[in-house]
Design a protein around this ligand. Structure first.
Ligand code: TRP
Length: 374
């Protein structure tokens, strides 16, 4: 591999282009340029060096993660979750780099920063004490400009302040009635606040259409499928049993998700009062499989179950993978189910693994762990 081929940008952009081909998306949207903006000066650095910053975007600290979202009646979309890194990465420096990038993109893509500005100072007035201050996601939809979303970290002032920050943010966005609903449904009643169920992200769409969303994410530690169903029941019309079944299928009959946590996201749009209008559940499938062959098999079975194009997902996995699926675990990071429309949407999160591949676990070890829980 020559040094040009192994630059972080070349590596990740190669995966992005392959992914576009795999799902038959020739419209490029200047995705490569956005990626270069995000990676900044890191873009030239070789992937054979250690990651410059321990980004929590992905397990091996690649500051970029791909996902492919399937919805009935719509074309599949490619998305990127990413952290902007400063030339000399650090908590404050990365935050400043992210703000500069946002200001730049806001001009270039006519983003709407109205709601962002109402809450930004709550999260960005000082460098975070947590892992990050501001992440971005880019959504590439057919024949449209890329949609950009920002993620704040509710734990940026310390975990004990997370609930207050979420409540205050919702309040500033005229969604104050939503907070008690979250508290009632997303938090297990028998646990101390912030112990088992924790706010992880507060996200905003940066456009001002009527479908512009506010999303609140909650991680559920040591949760069961029934706990996820309970969390989902905050949203009117959501089939909570379906959520439980999805957990079971994605988790391979895991009883207690004691590895990485299940995650709920609640979607609010203008006009929502106390109740969210959408719900998604994310299963960190990589913690509950021996290797990526097992993860792939489960995800393809889920695609068939929900009437999505399994072959397309298989091609997407192939496009991002730079190794045999049997030789590692974590390429398939999460799989999520999106409820709120008529038929559930499915999203598969794919790690770049630019820096590192997690070795497979022994199947016996996974089976033993499952048996211990019973
Ligand atoms: N890597 C982190 C995690 O697994 C953050 C993250 C990236 C994440 N993509 C995600 C969390 C999708 C939930 C869903 O927690």
């Amino acid at each position: 591999m020559n040094s040009e081929n192994s630059s972080l940008y070349a590596y990740v952009n190669g995966q992005l282009q392959a992914l576009s081909t795999a799902i038959e998306r020739s419209d490029d949207h200047g995705a490569g340029a956005l990626l270069a903006d995000l990676l900044g000066t890191e873009s030239d650095r070789s992937t054979t060096c250690a990651p410059p910053w321990p980004s929590d975007v992905s397990d091996d600290h690649t500051p970029v993660e791909f996902s492919v979202a399937l919805d009935h009646g719509r074309r599949p979309t490619i998305r990127i979750l990413a952290e902007a890194l400063a030339a000399q990465p650090g908590l404050g420096a990365n935050m400043d780099a992210a703000r500069r990038l946002l200001a730049d993109w806001a001009q270039r893509y006519q983003l709407s920063l109205d709601r962002y500005q109402r809450v930004a100072e709550l999260f960005l007035s000082a460098p975070p004490v947590s892992q990050f201050a501001l992440w971005f996601s880019l959504v590439f939809k057919a024949e449209r400009r890329p949609a950009i979303k920002v993620y704040f970290d509710p734990n940026c002032r310390g975990r004990d302040r997370a609930a207050d920050l979420v409540a205050e943010s919702l309040d500033r966005l005229n969604l104050s009635a939503a907070y008690p609903t979250l508290r009632r449904h997303a938090m297990r009643p028998d646990a101390a606040e912030g112990d088992l169920d924790r706010y992880t992200f507060f996200a905003l769409d940066l456009h001002d259409g009527p479908r512009s969303r506010v999303k609140v994410y909650v991680s559920h530690y040591d949760a069961t499928a029934a706990d996820a169903a309970r969390a989902a029941s905050a949203v009117p019309g959501v089939d909570a049993d379906e959520v439980a079944e999805f957990c079971q299928l994605a988790g391979g009959d895991t009883a207690v998700f004691g590895g990485r946590p299940l995650v709920s996201s609640y979607t609010f749009v203008e006009g929502d009062a106390d109740r969210p209008s959408g719900y998604s559940l994310y299963v960190p499938i990589r913690s509950y499989v021996a290797d990526d062959v097992e993860a792939r098999d489960r995800v393809l079975a889920l695609a068939r179950r929900y009437g999505h194009d399994a072959a397309l997902i298989d091609r997407a996995i192939d496009a991002v993978a730079r190794r045999d699926l049997a030789d590692g675990v974590g390429l398939l990071a999460h799989v999520s189910l999106r409820l709120g429309d008529d038929r559930p949407g499915l999203t598969v999160y794919l790690s770049s693994e630019a820096y590192l591949v997690e070795p497979p676990r022994h199947r016996d070890e996974v089976a033993r762990r499952l048996a211990l829980q019973r």
